[in-house]
Structures are given as structure tokens and as C-alpha cells.
Design a protein around this ligand. Structure first.
Ligand SMILES: [Zn+2]
Length: 148
């Protein structure tokens, strides 16, 4: 890592610390040329995951999009943002082992999370996921869920 002050290319790692889950490493570096200290941060870049949509087209997986769709489902419900963010992180941890996933699979994971977070949000999300068109669609789904 090049020194940001004098551009010397040879700098020394003085200290290295990683986060609890080992996914972030912070380093303190020293430049012996100008005597400066600076810090670097190393973290995992999630490789691009392709999401295969129902119409067969592919889009790159977006954590923001998933977060947004789940936040819409919990709108006006008393669910904390952190709870949804943690659920999204769990989902992204599951799918980042793949390089291709279907939007159906992501939807199923989101529904599984929502079913244990908030029942109303779960049904809202399912109504989009299964493309409910009528009250009958809702009642048969609610019936099915209540039977489980
Ligand atoms: Zn330097």
C-alpha cells in the first residue's frame, strides 16, 4: 500500500485488527520515508450474483432492492429497521455462496424471514410474490398459513 503523503510504495503494517466475524480487517501502516502513519480497511467484495427473474431475464442482485421491498412490506408496522436489515444480511449471506439465484428463491427466503417477524408484513409480501388478484387469493393464503 502506497503512502498517501509521499507516495513511497514500501510501507509497513504496524497493527492489524479484524472484526468479530472476521469480515473486516483494519490495518495501521507506517511509512519509513516520511514517518507518517495511516490506516487501511479491508473487507469482502461480494461477487456479482445474478438474479434470474420469472420472465427469464437476469439482473444483478441488489441488497438495496431487497431491503426496499421488505421495508415496504413492514410499512406502518411496529418493526424496527434493524430487524429488517439483519434479515436482509442473513438472506444475502445465504445467496452469496451462489453465482446465480432465481428471484423466486430470494422471495421465498424473504417470506420465511417475514413470517417470523410480522404476520401482516408476511401476507403483504406474499400478495406481491404470488401476485394476488382477489380477496379470494388472500383468504385462501391466510387459510393455508393459519393451518400450518
Ligand atoms: Zn510517506
Amino acid at each position: 500500500m502506497k503512502c498517501p503523503f509521499c507516495e513511497n510504495k514500501e510501507t509497513l503494517v504496524k497493527d492489524s485488527r479484524h472484526s468479530e466475524d472476521g469480515e473486516i480487517i483494519k490495518r495501521r501502516r507506517y511509512c519509513s520515508d516520511c514517518g507518517s502513519y495511516f490506516r487501511t480497511l479491508e473487507y469482502l467484495l461480494i461477487p456479482e450474483i445474478l438474479v434470474i427473474k420469472r420472465n427469464g431475464s437476469n439482473v444483478p442482485f441488489s441488497i438495496d432492492k431487497l431491503l426496499h421491498s421488505m421495508k415496504i412490506a413492514v410499512r406502518k408496522r411496529s418493526v424496527q429497521h434493524e430487524v429488517i436489515e439483519e434479515a436482509v444480511l442473513r438472506i444475502s449471506k445465504i445467496i452469496r455462496k451462489e453465482n446465480k439465484v432465481t428471484s423466486n428463491y430470494i422471495g421465498a427466503l424473504a417470506m420465511k424471514e417475514l413470517s417470523s417477524i410480522d404476520q401482516v408484513a408476511y401476507i403483504r409480501y406474499a400478495s406481491v410474490y404470488y401476485d394476488f388478484n382477489s380477496i379470494a387469493d388472500f383468504t385462501s393464503f391466510i387459510q393455508k398459513v393459519s393451518d400450518e
